[in-house]
Design a protein around this ligand. Structure first.
Ligand SMILES: Cc1ncc(COP(=O)(O)O)c(C=O)c1O
Length: 403
C-alpha cells in the first residue's frame, strides 16, 4: 500500500470524488459477472445463489448501520437514494393529506449535494415547499436554525452527515432529537462520512440515510437507502417485486456484493483510516500554509468538526482551475472550489453559501487524502502545489500556454 513517491506516479488527492475499488472487494464481486450470473428472481439454483449473495450483502450493510436487513433498499447510488428519500417522503405526505392547509414542506440546507438540492427544487415545481438554510462561515448549519425553520407542514429534514467540499460535520444527532419531538422525519446524506464517521442509524436518530459504494472503495453505480421500518414513503421506481416491491428492476448483484464488502471493510478499518488520513491531511495543510502564508483554510479548523481526510484552501490571486491543470501535468489529481458547466467556471455553491466571495471560491482547491497516499507523496504534492501557485501568480491564467 505504502509506496515511495516517484516522478511519473499519480498522486491521487481526490478521494471525495471517488476511490479505487479495494482488490478484496473486486475479488468478491468477480464471480457474479461470470460463473454466478444468475438473476436473483429466478427460482433455480443459479438464481438462488444470486439471491443469497444479495441477502448476505444486505446483512453486512445492516450490521454497519445497526438496522434490520429489511430496512435497506439497494439503489444505483446516492443520487437515486437522495431522490427517493425526498420524493418518497414528500409524496407520501401529500397522499396522506398532511400539509392540507399548506403544501408538504422540506427543510434542507444550501450546502447539500445537488442530488438533494435539485430534487428539492424539482419538488417545489410540483407544488411542494422547501427551505434552504445557509451555514455559518465554517460551513455548519446549526440545529437552532433548523428548528426555527420548521412549520406545521414540515414532513422532512434533509441534513448531510458531512459536507463534500468543506468536510464540515453537521449536527445530525441534535437535529434528529428536535425532529423526533415533533414527529418529523430526518434524512441524512452520509455519502462522505462512510469509513470516517459512525453510521449507526439509531445513534444518529435518522429515518433515512444515503450511501454510495464508490466513495468507500466499492464500485460505482451502486448504493443504498436506509428506510426505518414504519416510515411513510412512496417508493418511486415501479416494476417487479425486487427489493420487496420498493425498487423495481433486476438487481445489480455484483455491485451489491461489492457494496456490502466495501462497507464492512470501511467500518473495520475506520479507526486506522481516520488516523492515517488525519496525519497526512495535517501534513499537507501545514506544508501548504507554511509555504503560502496568505492561503486560508475553508471550513472548520476544529478537527472534531471536520472530516479527517479533507483540506479545502483558498489561495488569493489564483484561478483554482488553472492551478489544477498545472497539478495534473505534474501528476497530481485534486479538485477545485468551482464547478465547470458547459465551458464556464462557476463558483461552487457550498463555498458561496459559506460567505466566500465568488473570486475566493474560484481560488479554492480541495484535497482529499485516502488509503494509498504516503508521507512522501504529500511532501511532493506540497512542492508541486507551491510551484503551480507561484507560476499562476506570475503568469496568470494563461500559464498553460507557456508550459
Ligand atoms: C455528498 C454527496 N451526496 C451524493 C452524491 C452522489 O453520489 P453518486 O454520484 O454516487 O450517486 C455525492 C457524490 O459526489 C456526494 O458527495
Amino acid at each position: 500500500m505504502m509506496q515511495p513517491a516517484s516522478m511519473g506516479e499519480l498522486i491521487y488527492l481526490d478521494h471525495a470524488a471517488t476511490t479505487p475499488v479495494d482488490p478484496a472487494v473486486l475479488e468478491g464481486m468477480l464471480p457474479y459477472f461470470s460463473e454466478r450470473y444468475g438473476n436473483a428472481s429466478s427460482i433455480y439454483g443459479l438464481g438462488r445463489e444470486a439471491r443469497e449473495a444479495l441477502d448476505q450483502a444486505r446483512l453486512r450493510c445492516a450490521e454497519v448501520l445497526g438496522c434490520q436487513p429489511s430496512e435497506i433498499v439497494f439503489t444505483s447510488g446516492a443520487t437515486e437514494s437522495d431522490n427517493l428519500a425526498l420524493r418518497g417522503v414528500a409524496w407520501a405526505a401529500r397522499i396522506a393529506g398532511s400539509g392540507r392547509d399548506g403544501a408538504p414542506h422540506i427543510v434542507t440546507t444550501a450546502i447539500e449535494h445537488h442530488a438533494v438540492l435539485h430534487t428539492a427544487q424539482s419538488l417545489e415545481r410540483q407544488g411542494f415547499a422547501a427551505t434552504y438554510l445557509a451555514p455559518d462561515e465554517r460551513g455548519i448549519v446549526g440545529a437552532p436554525a433548523i428548528e426555527a425553520a420548521l412549520r406545521p407542514e414540515t414532513c422532512l429534514i434533509s441534513l448531510m452527515h458531512a459536507n463534500n467540499e468543506s468536510g464540515a460535520i453537521q449536527p445530525v444527532r441534535k437535529v434528529a432529537e428536535i425532529a423526533c419531538e415533533r414527529g418529523i422525519l430526518v434524512h441524512t446524506d452520509a455519502v462522505q462520512a462512510a469509513g470516517m464517521l459512525p453510521l449507526g442509524v439509531d445513534e444518529l436518530g435518522v429515518d433515512l440515510l444515503s450511501l454510495s459504494a464508490h466513495k468507500f472503495y466499492g464500485p460505482k453505480g451502486v448504493g443504498l437507502l436506509y428506510v426505518r421500518k414504519g416510515t411513510a414513503i412512496d417508493f418511486q421506481q415501479q416494476a417487479g417485486s425486487q427489493e420487496q416491491g420498493r425498487r423495481g428492476g433486476t438487481e445489480n448483484v455484483a455491485g451489491i456484493v461489492g457494496l456490502g464488502l466495501a462497507l464492512e471493510r470501511a467500518e473495520e478499518r475506520r479507526v486506522a483510516y481516520i488516523a492515517h488520513c488525519r496525519s497526512l491531511r495535517d501534513r499537507l495543510m501545514r506544508g501548504v500554509v507554511a509555504a503560502i502564508p496568505d492561503a486560508r483554510v475553508n471550513g472548520p479548523l476544529d478537527p472534531a468538526l471536520r472530516l479527517p481526510n479533507n483540506l479545502n484552501v483558498a489561495i488569493p490571486g489564483v484561478d483554482g482551475e488553472t492551478v489544477l491543470f498545472n497539478l495534473d501535468l505534474a501528476g497530481i489529481a485534486a479538485s477545485a472550489g468551482s464547478a465547470c458547466t458547459t465551458g464556464n467556471t462557476e463558483p461552487g455553491h457550498v463555498l458561496l453559501a459559506m460567505g466566500l466571495t465568488a473570486e475566493l471560491c474560484k481560488a479554492s482547491l480541495r484535497f482529499t487524502v485516502g488509503r494509498s497516499n504516503t508521507e512522501g507523496q504529500i511532501d511532493r504534492a506540497v512542492k508541486e502545489i507551491v510551484r503551480a501557485v507561484e507560476r499562476v501568480r506570475a503568469v496568470g491564467s494563461n500559464v498553460l500556454r507557456t508550459v
